[in-house]
Design a protein around this ligand. Structure first.
Ligand code: CA
Length: 223
């Protein structure tokens, strides 16, 4: 498993390289966004760990360039825990986020999850248990039966399905599906989730949309 680490701070870069190498990965280190982009596009990596704050070409630019050509999973490192940053990252195609400073064990856990999951983009059909989300046709089916959804309901389901197994906060959902400011009323999310549940969960014994108290919602097959 080859991992590319893009990090300009020498100490932090070496720390990541050492830690990941000791965990069994082959690690290449890029010290600038330009080198990172070049290496990401010319080599085949299973994962990219990308620092956002880089001099010159920053992490966002690198992410955009990489996404225009490749589906390689990208774990972004940021110094700020701003919701706007997370939203921007998800829109640009980041697969996960870690706020600096972080414990190495946390990074390793995220790396393992991303490597297990593999690339997400380009998927036309997402399947969770007996639920099918057809991204191209904007249709959903459960147990083979078509479920009628409004455009917003589909957007919400698509977001949850793309991030299956990940808890998404109400504010993040509100900003991505409704383009709403994160501090506005997020009740709209609860209402929309209730409507979506009525269509995709209530008629079936297995529930897929889970509420995580105090955090948000996750689409997950809990068996
Ligand atoms: Ca940096």
């Amino acid at each position: 498993m080859r991992i590319l680490v893009v990090e300009d701070e020498i100490k932090a870069g070496e720390y990541l390289r050492k830690g990941l190498s000791e965990s069994g990965y082959i690690v290449d280190l890029a010290r600038t966004g330009f080198d990172g982009k070049h290496m990401a596009l010319s080599e085949n990596y299973e994962l990219i760990v990308l620092d956002i704050m880089l001099p010159g070409m920053d992490g966002w630019q690198v992410l955009r360039e990489v996404r225009s050509e490749k589906d390689t999973p990208v774990l972004c490192l940021t110094a700020r825990d701003a919701v706007e940053e997370r939203v921007k990252g998800l829109e640009f195609g980041a697969d996960d986020y870690l706020v600096k400073p972080f414990a190495f064990a946390e990074l390793l856990a995220r790396v393992r999850t991303l490597l297990r999951r593999g690339p997400l983009r380009g998927e036309d059909l997402i399947q969770i248990s007996d639920l099918e989300v057809d991204v191209l046709k904007h249709r959903a089916k459960r147990c083979g039966e078509r479920i009628d959804l409004t455009a917003k309901e589909f957007s919400l389901l698509h977001l949850l399905a793309t991030h299956q197994g990940e808890v998404l906060s109400r504010s993040l959902i509100a900003s991505l599906v409704w383009d709403m400011n994160f501090d506005s009323d997020t009740n709209v999310v609860d209402v929309a989730i209730r409507r979506l549940r009525a269509k995709i969960d209530e008629p079936f014994s297995k529930k897929l949309i889970q509420t995580v108290r105090g955090m948000g919602y996750v689409l997950e097959d809990r068996g």
